[in-house]
Design a protein around this ligand. Sequence first.
Ligand code: IDP
Ligand code: MG
Length: 148
Amino acid sequence: MQTTYVMVKPDGVQRGLVGEIINRFERKGLRLVGLKSIIPSLELVETHYAVHKERPFYSGLVEFVTSGPVVAMAWKGVDAISVCRNIIGATNGREADMGTIRGDFGMDMGYNLIHGSDGEDTAEFELGLWFPEGLNDWIPNRETWVYE
Ligand code: IDP
Ligand code: MG
């Protein structure tokens, strides 16, 4: 099992796509072990995107992601990191496959709705950064919630 960090960026929140996005991960069979709405600080977003510090789009990216609420999530499952990246799609929404979140809703490279960790090290780093309070794991057991 892996746990990965996924975040609806401010454009996804502004466009009213939070429910649609959560639905895609949930119905896939991933387990939601962390969820919160947060207006992230400059320091938090700079740390999150530190790997891109030298890139020309870095300052615009940080400004964008700090511009309003984001929805921070932790999803758990077998190979959750690559499964979530596949659900998210390629970085540029115009090139992302239809059926992915970015392919279905995105038209831009920067405003691409959503973030997902790209490896085990980054997932661990990002989960610790965005969920310092820890996650809420649970054992899926549907039947006990169907019958009293
Ligand atoms: P990813 O989110 O698909 O992993 P990365 O290459 O890690 O893509 O880039 C991080 C984020 O930076 C992207 O999701 C996107 O919002 C933004 N970004 C990446 N490349 C560009 C660019 O060329 N112009 C503007 N923004 C970019
Ligand atoms: Mg990335």
